[in-house]
Design a protein around this ligand. Sequence first.
Ligand code: AMP
Length: 170
Amino acid sequence: MNLGQFLRDVPDYPKPGILFKDITPLLASPEALAAAVDQMAALDFGEIDVVAGIESRGFLFGAPLAIKMDRGFVPIRKPGKLPWKTNRIEYVLEYGTDAVEIHQDAVKPGQRVLLVDDLLATGGTMDAACQLVESCGAIVAGCAFVISLDFLDGRKKLEKHPIEALIRIA
Ligand code: AMP
């Protein structure tokens, strides 16, 4: 199934000059949603022990993928959302900084983790998430996206990890 037909382009959201890739039509289609999860499960990253999703749209694909792969799911969240002891990585945005957190005991040393998000743009968010996983002693087995905006060079930032996207936009 060609999943690209289920994306809606929204110009100038959330700010002027950004062409936002709206995944809600894909989520609304039972066939497309199932196909996205099936296609992610078919990607070959070697053995996977845990699936981790990045807040918030990474949860929408990461959790069903974890069920499909018969693995547990780990949330990587925005600051202040996780109740237990956390590790935090800050990263630079166009204006200012942001951060992501993980529970210190969410992944174990040596575990192979598959990280999931909806979209790869500059790669800053996923790069920080990979550093978080590694801060717990676990291994980044790969990074899976529904969409990658390849013209933004996020793949370069993540080049030490295997990267796959279901829809690549040149
Ligand atoms: P980045 O850290 O630059 O790779 O940005 C990735 C994060 O920002 C993802 O979690 C996306 O959900 C979101 N994002 C960035 N650019 C877009 C876009 N053009 N359309 C939809 N989501 C985007």
